[in-house]
Design a protein around this ligand. Structure first.
Ligand code: UD1
Ligand code: CA
Length: 409
């Protein structure tokens, strides 16, 4: 059966109080809407349409990928109206469309698969992903009659009785494409917020005697991030998930609470990570490394058996058995060889440092090619800038540089 997905991402997100569109706020280093896209992808669906509106160009730029197309919702008149804006994408297609909101970054691949399978096997017209929660404040409630889902009521439109319902709408659904398109044309905005609600499609289908199903999952996975407080909650949940995954893969985290690992970071076995480390972007850490306290490593590749302490490493490569820090600053486009030593108060920028070279203290190296087995004395400065232009420096193998040396490029 043909499957595709829509992601609603046109709102500004008033409640997050930001100039940035809400779905571009990051959780564990990645935009919320990208988390959603990646989970959909992993579940085997690659025809994805994102509905954009507020900050459309920026959302498009940050989510651009093959098989991702866009529909524009110029005015945000509600989630139902948003789906309607994807009519052109859906028209003529037969099969199942899953609808996601761009603000549910914790949704798992396995749950998306379960939702699709249940929808198809039960021959439903619509299947809602729901969760049971003690405090469903702000979420739509799932109203059931004789245990069958009959409608979804938004928090603001709930009666006293409906407010007590603990089953919430995750905002994620599967629909039969043709039935959805037909129901969308029947939506009205006769509600507390004056919006066209996607959730009303359920009641419309029910009135046509169509089969509605629900798949219940953990509330944690369905958290919709509307505010900065919820953003922090999502961060904490995903951070725990990532940390547990690495520990299960054989990485020691001395204090998982203070270890911040981005979702795409890879770490080899038997590496030990001390508190207050931040690993970001497409970073790869080898095996048997020791990451002592307080480093930030971003978009970098670290070999095996590397020791790093209290340092910042950005977009660089560090070879096997090298030590870095404490207090080193490795700036972008730097490559450091194997068995090298980069010590305290050393800054290296856009340079290659050969195997076995020692830069032990108080040194600046910028725009340089440095050979192997060199030794830099304390207080060496490569003078790469004359106030107008930057110049390159080349230092051969086995060079010995005495302390307090300025090497004018
Ligand atoms: C929605 C659901 C609610 C559910 C909750 C789950 C409706 C009416 N309500 O409420 O039942 O419990 O999600 O998180 O659907 N968006 C657009 N265009 C619009 C309006 C919204 O693209 O005109 C996008 C937003 O960018 C956002 C998503 O849709 O990514 C959800 O919108 P939001 O306003 O956060 O809906 P909720 O009030 O949370
Ligand atoms: Ca929301």
């Amino acid at each position: 059966m043909y499957k595709c997905a829509l992601i609603l991402a046109a709102g500004q997100g008033k409640r997050i109080k930001s100039d940035l569109p809400k779905v571009l706020h990051k959780v564990c280093g990645k935009e919320m809407v990208k988390h959603v896209i990646d989970s959909i992808r992993k579940s085997g669906i690659d025809d994805i349409n994102v509905i954009i509106g507020k900050g459309a160009e920026l959302v498009k730029e940050r989510t651009a990928d093959k098989n991702v197309s866009y529909s524009l919702q110029a005015e945000q008149l509600g989630t139902g109206h948003a789906v309607k804006c994807a009519e052109e994408f859906l028209r003529g297609k037969k099969g199942v469309v899953a609808v996601f909101t761009g603000d549910t970054p914790l949704i798992k691949q396995s749950t998306i698969e379960r939702l699709f399978n249940d929808h198809i096997e039960s021959k439903n017209s619509a299947t809602i992903l729901t969760a049971i929660v003690d405090d469903p404040t702000g979420y739509g409630r799932i109203v059931r009659e004789n245990n069958e889902v009959s409608k979804i009521v938004e928090h603001k439109d709930c009666s006293e009785e409906e407010l007590k319902i603990s089953e919430m709408n995750s905002g994620i659904y599967c629909f039969d494409i043709e039935l959805l398109l037909d129901a969308l044309s029947k939506l009205t905005n006769n509600n507390e917020q004056g919006e066209y609600y996607l959730t009303d499609v359920i009641e419309i289908l029910k009135a046509q005697n169509k089969k509605i199903g629900a798949v219940i999952t953990d509330f944690e996975e369905t958290i919709g991030v509307n505010s900065r407080v919820q953003l922090a909650q999502a961060e904490e949940i995903l951070k725990d998930r990532i940390n547990i995954m690495h520990m299960e893969n054989g990485v020691t985290l001395i204090d998982p609470k203070t270890t911040y690992i981005g979702i795409d970071v890879e770490i080899g076995k038997d590496t030990i990570i001390y508190p207050n480390n931040i690993l970001e972007g497409n970073t790869k850490i080898g095996s048997n490394c020791l990451l002592y306290q307080n480093s930030r490593i971003s978009d970098s590749i670290i070999g095996d058996e590397v020791d790093i302490q209290s340092s910042v490493i950005l977009n660089s490569n560090i070879g096997d058995n090298t030590t870095v820090g404490p207090f080193a600053y490795i700036r972008p486009e730097t490559t450091i060889g194997k068995h090298a030593r980069i010590g305290d108060f050393v800054e290296i920028k856009k340079s290659n440092i050969g195997d076995g070279t020692k830069v032990s203290h108080l040194t600046y190296i910028g725009d340089a090619e440095v050979g192997s087995e060199c030794n830099f004395g304390c207080g060496t400065v490569i003078v790469n800038y004359d106030g107008k232009n930057k110049y390159k420096t080349i230092i051969g193998d086995h060079s010995f540089i005495g302390c307090n040396t300025n090497l004018v490029s």
